[in-house]
Design a protein around this ligand. Structure first.
Ligand code: AMP
Length: 279
């Protein structure tokens, strides 16, 4: 597997990979890879000839009081995992390569980025959309793969690809979970043993709520009960638990398919997100 940090070298390497009509799938990540990321790499290898993985902890998607500095980084370990999965290329630019001095242009995400994580993290999705657009232009993949774990992000990227005419298929990959139901996340590394033991209360509350709503329970009451269950389970606060149209992300007061339960909650200093299909 080639590890590349320079844009001109990346262009040459991707051109070589594409020779003979071979296809390339891109998996954008921030590193600190776990089995959820690796499931995306496996999907990349199923749908394309070459898997290209990017690792870039993107400063513009972190707020001023967020964990950019503390975000876990271990490129050597990540690279070894990617070699095992058969990735062809690791694109690992530094911040100065991604944002050279004078960088002056960004993408602004409108309605799809306003609610949920966008409300709690102003500017987050503008940073995500801008860096993903740059990664698309840098790598020029045929396909790009994103996890359903970040459902709002996936919806925003699909819409961006359509709005800005990126000729790239956007695929979503199912959420990888630990055996107790907690969605895998690089941020799970922040949890103390006691917090990690409490954390499955979050997906458990969402599961119960999804089943209740699909079974005809009142949506507003069920969401309130789910928030209470998350706090009773050891979380400090709930940013949101919402029933949304799975595509437009519009909030739903009554169940209609396709719907998704979207949630974010805080335990200690760690903010976890999760989501589930309803019905
Ligand atoms: P991140 O490194 O957190 O930016 O995530 C990189 C990609 O991996 C994103 O498309 C995420 O949605 C995806 N991802 C992260 N965790 C999971 C998971 N547990 N299951 C599936 N995809 C995931």
């Amino acid at each position: 597997m080639q590890i590349i940090r320079d844009i001109a070298m990346l262009h040459r390497a991707v051109t070589a990979l594409k020779q003979g009509g071979k296809s390339v799938a891109l998996v954008p990540t921030m590193g600190s890879l776990h089995d959820g990321h690796l499931s995306l790499v496996r999907m990349a290898k199923r749908v394309a000839d070459h898997a290209v993985v990017s690792i870039f902890v993107n400063p513009t998607q972190f707020g001023p009081n967020e964990d950019f500095e503390a975000y876990p980084r271990d490129e050597a370990r990540d690279a070894a995992l990617l070699v095992e999965e058969g990735a062809s290329l690791l694109w690992a630019p530094d911040v100065a390569t991604m944002y050279p001095g004078g960088h002056n242009t960004h993408i602004e995400v409108a309605e799809l980025g306003a609610d949920y994580c966008g409300a709690a993290r102003p500017g987050h999705f503008d940073g995500v959309a801008t860096v993903v657009a740059k990664l698309f232009n840098q790598v020029r993949p045929d396909v790009a793969i994103f996890g359903e774990k970040d459902w709002q992000q996936l919806a925003i990227i699909r819409r961006m690809a359509r709005d800005l005419d990126f000729a790239i298929d956007i695929l979503g990959a199912p959420i990888a979970r630990d055996s107790d139901g907690l969605a895998m996340s690089s941020r799970n590394a922040y949890l103390s043993d006691a917090q990690r033991a409490a954390a499955p209360a979050f997906p458990a509350a969402l599961n119960a709520a999804a089943q209740a709503i699909a079974g005809g329970a009142d949506v507003t009451e069920t969401l309130v009960r789910a928030e209470a269950a998350i706090v009773a389970g050891g979380f400090d606060s709930v940013d949101y638990v919402a029933l949304a149209d799975a595509d437009s992300l519009e909030r739903l007061r009554a169940f209609r398919a396709p719907a998704r339960l979207l949630a974010a909650a805080r335990i200690g200093k760690t903010r976890l997100i999760d989501n589930l299909a309803v019905g």
